[in-house]
Ligand binder design. Structure first.
Ligand SMILES: *Cc1c(COP(=O)(O)O)cnc(C)c1O
Length: 406
């Protein structure tokens, strides 16, 4: 039974929504795999993946199956009760990673909020209130709550909202000497994105993460990896820390974890987890059966040798063609990133114009992303078909030709 609904269009956004976003001119209404259709029936290829979220594309049968099965059983019980999907998901994450304990929430910002609160709590319990300083990196992104914008290294997101959370400093990314100079016995945690996602797809150097690990150990500080964007297969390993061979004390995950259904997770060890005793932290929706049922299905599909190996193979396919296009049209100086998180750095002539590339791609029926004004980002489904990659990159080449000839 379908109920007649009032027609809506893009112009309604400006009438009824808070203007904190500037959405594209078209409205997607349906997706299947790596294809999306808008209100007019126009078909687009999706290399944006809902900003590194739709890890298995749109309407993947395993996820639709898990969601509908759970939807007919039990949606929500609150954390006054536990539930089977949450326990299964925690087992899966514990079995697959360094972690021994999981905390579930609803977003990346919430996963980081939990991570930062845990780090401060551990230091407080073990060493006293003096040890509360958090070191983050310049240009990092950790979410939009007040704590997470304060930790994030981008003043444009944290300025103008009154006093920030204090006890936080920022050092240049991939600069071990700067971290060494800043860290002290007052440091409770160092937080790093293994690949800086939002600010340009900048992968960490192995020696940087190894050095950060050693410095943290020396100063009794916890190493937090924000894997909200890099986790759940994105790099061709289940988590990016496995790619680097450097193990954090706390890891935050979200985005791909739910494949499009909101969920976040904070993973840690048993010894640290015990500092968040009953009543110290919580969330109403976190770990609800619907989200956890979908995340279980995501992990079952993603954490397989075929899918993870496929990510590495598809990376090569994207990189080779993007380098070729970048060179032919004088668009890119570099194509960087790991797995299916790829950043194309614009040449001086196109610096600051990532939005123009986004618009040109959209005109050709292709969804891409920016990562700041100077980088075009690709974060497609991990199971994007080779034929869709070819067709999408053909469209991208047409966009590049159109843009550079204009
Ligand atoms: C997207 C992102 C976040 C924030 O996640 P939300 O779900 O938007 O709160 C945090 N950290 C990183 C690295 C991200 O890419």
């Amino acid at each position: 039974m379908s109920v007649e609904q009032a027609p809506v269009q893009r112009a309604d956004f400006d009438q009824v929504m808070v203007p904190n976003y500037a959405p594209a001119a078209f409205i997607p209404v349906r997706g299947a795999g790596s294809r999306v259709w808008d209100q007019s029936g126009r078909e687009l290829i999706d290399f944006a993946g809902g900003i590194a979220v739709n890890v298995l594309g749109h309407a993947h049968p395993a996820l639709v199956g898990a969601l509908t099965e759970q939807a007919n059983k039990l949606w929500h019980v609150s954390n006054v009760f536990t539930n089977e999907p949450a326990l299964r998901l925690a087992h899966k994450l514990v079995d697959a990673t360094f972690a021994e304990r999981a905390f579930f929430c609803n977003s990346g910002a919430e996963a980081n909020e939990a991570a930062f609160k845990l780090a401060r709590r551990v230091a407080h319990d073990r060493f006293g209130p003096e040890k509360h300083e958090i070191i983050a990196t310049v240009n990092s992104f950790h979410g939009r709550t007040l704590f997470t914008v304060s930790v994030g290294g981008q003043p444009k997101y944290s300025d103008g909202f009154g006093p920030k959370i204090t006890g936080i400093s920022h050092v240049p990314y991939n600069d071990l000497e700067a971290l060494k100079a800043q860290i002290s016995d007052k440091t409770c945690a160092v937080v790093i994105e293994p690949i800086q996602g939002e600010s340009g797809v900048v992968p960490a150097d192995v020696a940087y993460l190894q050095g950060a690990r050693e410095l943290c150990d020396k100063h009794n500080a916890l190493l937090i990896f924000d894997e909200v964007q890099t986790g759940v297969g994105r790099t061709g390993e289940l988590f990016a820390y496995m790619h680097y061979g450097v193990t954090p004390d706390i890891l935050s995950s979200a985005k791909s974890l739910g494949g499009g259904f909101p969920i976040g997770a904070m993973l840690t060890t048993e010894a640290l987890a015990k500092h968040l005793a009953v009543g110290t932290h919580g969330t109403t929706y976190g770990g609800n059966p619907l989200a956890c049922a979908v995340a279980n299905a995501v992990l079952d599909v993603v954490n397989t040798p075929e899918v993870l190996a496929g990510v590495k193979a598809k990376h090569q396919k994207f990189k080779a063609r993007l380098e070729q296009i970048g060179e032919k049209y004088g668009l890119f100086t570099q194509v960087r990133g790991i797995g299916l998180l790829i950043g194309c750095v614009l040449t001086d002539a196109w610096k600051g114009k990532a939005k123009d590339v986004f618009n040109a791609a959209e005109k050709e029926g292709l969804m891409v992303l920016q990562a700041g004004p100077d980088v075009v980002r690709f974060a497609p489904s991990l199971v994007v078909e080779d034929a869709d990659i070819d067709e999408g990159l053909d469209r991208f080449e047409r966009a590049a030709a159109e843009l550079t000839q204009a």
